[in-house]
Design a protein around this ligand. Structure first.
Ligand code: SAH
Ligand code: SF4
Ligand code: F3S
Length: 479
């Protein structure tokens, strides 16, 4: 018989909000010798939801698992361990995970030794842990965003002692260096430059699930990028919830622009970064970007709303006018830059006028793509308590109207490359056809063209023959 829980440490969103300890602990990852080999002859499968931060974490989790001896299972039915790395940003993201957890339960009947785990942002919420306890007893391991490094210990509890574990910390978090990473792609890589978020936009759960804003040491980031260059990677994407705040916690003068500048001197061919916060994107960063070279002329700059009233209620700390001014500066410095954004519609109290301000901003900004969302109240955040008198029909209608405008921008952004020759970093074959290769341009445009697998990892020249809304089609000119 399984014991109830060998470890039980539940989260607290109230504690997660606190920012008390100034000293963020830095530690080096280590697996106890006796646990190496724990996963020999066992297979794992990870399901990842949410942002690039989670994709990057899943690569670290896979790295740890492979170090323990586990091997990757293509299919959940072959797996001895299934981990759900979850996202709490909107309700529908959470519902998908619970739906999938329910479906996967039956696998335990065919494989009684199967271990199920839930990690990532959802377990950082009290209510998720309660729901798992009550409705999903098939889950063996629950841990959060702060203790991935303890996975070997939890797996030893689950596989060797057949014990269940719930352990979620609601603290500021630490920085763990030298975690093993099993990267998904062979030519492009995520590089975390900082963790957490201190912005507390009133709708957002991330500052609660990811802890305090904390930056990695520049030399650790540089070393990682140098290693990636040596391993043959062509592209890196620097990750953080607000990369423009990089270094603020390091108590030195070194800022994001300095990091970008130092990284641009390495031999990496392409540098991208996400996500930028409009209030912290500074002139120095724009200047470093404008020097071109290996920093890509694409910027994802979430605006969230075009109404100053709503922006204030969201705690975004900029106005519509300031946002547009920042875009002007960017376009002056980098005339061909491609801009994308995130927008929320139906924020509590959003009037027709407010929504029109958003449409107006979209028209003026000339975005070439956007992720658009209907506001989803997140328990524990201030906005979840704001009076919300907009019907869901109105919200859906606003999303449709906005999406139409955004799609026009997407198509226009692609159209400007028709007839042009562009550089494409080839990532692999297109989903549907084996002889069609796919990759991205410097402006982050998706290109499909006939070619073969030998091109993967190379930057090739492609002549664009036709622009569609979501991608470009072309032919190989030079490899
Ligand atoms: N740190 C990034 C990304 C945050 S999450 C940033 O600051 O932009 C990605 C996007 O999800 C956000 O930009 C926002 O548009 C959306 N989002 C966050 N919380 C949300 C909520 N409660 N309801 C709907 N959309 C939300
Ligand atoms: Fe959330 Fe705002 Fe932080 Fe982005 S900047 S993660 S939207 S709190
Ligand atoms: Fe989701 Fe957590 Fe990222 S809530 S968006 S996975 S930081």
């Amino acid at each position: 018989m399984k014991k109830e829980y060998s470890k039980y440490f539940a989260p607290s969103l109230i504690n997660a909000r606190k920012r008390m300890n100034k000293n963020i602990e830095n530690r080096i990852f280590h697996i106890p010798d006796e646990l190496i080999g724990l996963g020999n002859n066992l297979k794992y499968h990870i399901k990842t939801y949410g942002c690039q931060g989670n994709l990057s974490d899943s690569e670290k989790i896979a790295g740890i698992l492979e170090m323990l001896g586990f091997r990757f299972a293509n299919n959940v039915t072959e797996a001895d361990l299934i981990l759900f790395n979850t996202c709490a940003i909107r309700e529908n993201a959470e519902e998908r995970v619970f739906g999938e957890l329910g479906r996967i339960k039956s696998l335990k009947k065919t494989n009684p030794n199967l271990i199920l785990g839930v990690c990532g942002c959802m377990p950082q919420e009290e209510k998720t842990v309660e729901t798992i306890k009550k409705k999903h007893p098939q889950v063996d391991i629950v841990f959060g965003t702060h203790n991935i490094y303890k996975l070997p210990e939890y797996l030893s509890d689950a596989f060797l002692k057949r014990e269940k574990v719930v352990e979620v910390y609601s603290n500021e978090g630490s920085i763990i260096e030298e975690m093993p990473v099993k990267r998904e792609h062979s030519c492009k890589a995520w590089v975390d430059i900082m963790y957490g978020c201190d912005e507390f936009c009133t709708y957002c759960i991330v500052p609660y699930t990811r802890g305090r804003e904390r930056s990695r040491q520049p030399e650790d980031i540089l070393r990682e990028v140098e290693t990636l260059v040596d391993e043959g990677y062509a592209e890196i994407t620097l990750l953080g919830q607000n990369v423009n705040a990089y270094g603020k916690d390091l108590n030195c003068e070194y800022k994001f622009a300095d990091l970008l500048n130092d990284l641009s001197k390495t031999k990496i061919k392409r540098i991208r970064f996400t996500t930028s916060h409009p209030k912290d994107l500074d002139d120095e960063t724009i200047q470093v970007m404008a020097r071109r070279g290996n920093i890509m002329p694409h910027l994802h700059l979430p605006v969230q709303s075009g109404s100053n009233t709503i922006l204030k209620k969201m705690n975004r700390k900029y106005t519509k006018e300031e946002y547009l001014e920042k875009i002007n500066k960017l376009r002056k410095a980098i005339p061909d830059i491609s801009l994308t954004t995130d927008i929320i519609v139906g924020f509590p109290g959003e009037t027709e006028e407010d929504f029109k301000e958003t449409l107006d901003l979209v028209t003026k900004a000339g975005f070439e793509g956007a992720y658009t969302f209907i506001f989803s109240p997140r328990e524990g955040t201030p906005a979840s308590k704001y009076e919300d008198n907009i019907t869901s029909e109105v919200k859906k209608e606003r999303l449709l109207i906005l999406n139409k405008l955004i799609n026009d921008g997407f198509a226009a952004g692609n159209k400007r490359f028709e007839g042009k020759i562009v550089d494409v970093l080839v990532e692999g074959t297109s989903d549907k056809k084996e002889d069609i290769m796919t990759g991205y341009t410097i402006h982050n445009k998706l290109v499909n063209f006939p070619g073969d697998l030998e091109l993967v990892g190379k930057i090739v020249k492609v002549k664009i023959e036709k622009a569609y809304t979501w991608h470009l089609k072309g032919k190989l000119i030079e490899s």
